[in-house]
Design a protein around this ligand. Structure first.
Ligand code: SAH
Length: 296
């Protein structure tokens, strides 16, 4: 095929849009990253090939499953779209990860997970071309898909370099962060209070077949006592304080990361030090949608 780059892996510099040497021809990523049709084209390209690492290695997604995923998501675009390199989709994710590294995230396990999860599959078709920019974007119901950097940063802080058994996320939204979490923890539970978003996440996840992720419709402020305790809890919505129920559902030594505040928010890391003892640390500023009680 004519547009196949000659050597892999491409350098991160190349993928981030810098020429690999002065005067070099534009790389695949340089020439294609910014086109508005990129994501749609990716889907179309991925549909025709069995060996495309649409959704990379470690959690049991085989090339044939990746193929199935690509096929399922690509259908409307396949007929007319020109065939281009099948790695564009992974290439733009590499550029996204390179930006996350520049912003200070170092945990390789988290970076690998960010590289593996196809963020565009969690977004509306119309916004999919922006899936790999570092921004939060609307998903309907006045909610957003979180910015890639903050997703990575929160998981890095929660993981603290250790293995995670059971993790809880409050605020599934479209299911993106939950899917990233499913690659760093043995078991993941995620709660959403808005029924249509819970359904949206389920639909987004169906083709990805993530066996260790369970979605729950409910009020995450109450946690998930039937599955507790958790060695990690992440809140994807900001409250004025962290609900007590969640603190009590941490294992001893467990870590919770949450945005806290109203207009001015910061990330807070809470570690359970003992049965009745928690320590708290204030981290960087952030901006999240509000944590709200009840279900709708
Ligand atoms: N985790 C998402 C971010 C979603 S935005 C991602 O991967 O991008 C935050 C979500 O938190 C919204 O969907 C909002 O409805 C939800 N939310 C707010 N309060 C909640 C609560 N008490 N219980 C469960 N979900 C809640």
């Amino acid at each position: 095929m004519s547009d196949k780059p000659r050597s892999f892996p491409l350098s991160l510099d190349a993928l981030a849009g810098k020429p690999s040497r002065p005067g070099a021809a534009p790389t695949l990523a340089q020439s294609r990253i910014a086109t508005p049709q990129t994501a749609t084209q990716n889907k179309a390209q991925n549909a025709g090939r069995a060996s495309v690492p649409v959704y990379g290695a470690p959690s049991g997604i085989t090339p044939s499953r990746a193929q199935a995923i690509a096929n399922e998501r690509a259908q409307p675009a396949t007929a007319a779209a020109p065939r281009q390199n099948p790695l564009v989709s992974e290439a733009v994710r590499r550029a996204m990860v390179a930006r996350i590294v520049k912003q200070g995230v170092q945990d390789q396990v988290v970076l690998d997970a960010m590289l593996a999860v196809p963020r565009h599959m969690f977004m509306d078709e119309a916004l999919a071309s922006q899936a790999y920019i570092d921004a939060s974007l609307p998903i309907g119901h006045q909610q957003t898909i979180s910015q890639p950097y903050i997703v990575a940063r929160m998981i890095e802080v929660m993981r603290n370099g250790g293995a995670l058994q059971r993790v809880l996320e409050i605020g599934t939204g479209c299911g993106y962060q939950a899917t990233v979490l499913s690659r760093v923890a043995k078991e993941v539970f995620s709660i959403e209070r808005i029924k249509p978003l819970h359904e949206l996440a389920k639909a987004n996840l169906r083709p990805l077949r993530v066996p260790n992720l369970r979605l729950q419709y409910g009020d995450g402020m109450l946690g998930l006592p039937q599955a507790a305790p958790f060695d990690g809890i992440i809140l994807a919505a900001a409250g004025l304080e962290v609900p007590q129920a969640l603190l009590e559902q941490l294992t001893i030594g467990g870590r919770l990361v949450a945005p806290v505040g109203d207009k001015l928010q910061h990330l807070q890391l809470i570690t359970r030090a003992g049965k009745m003892e928690w320590t708290s640390e204030k981290l960087e500023a952030c901006h999240f949608v509000p944590l709200r009680p009840g279900t709708i």
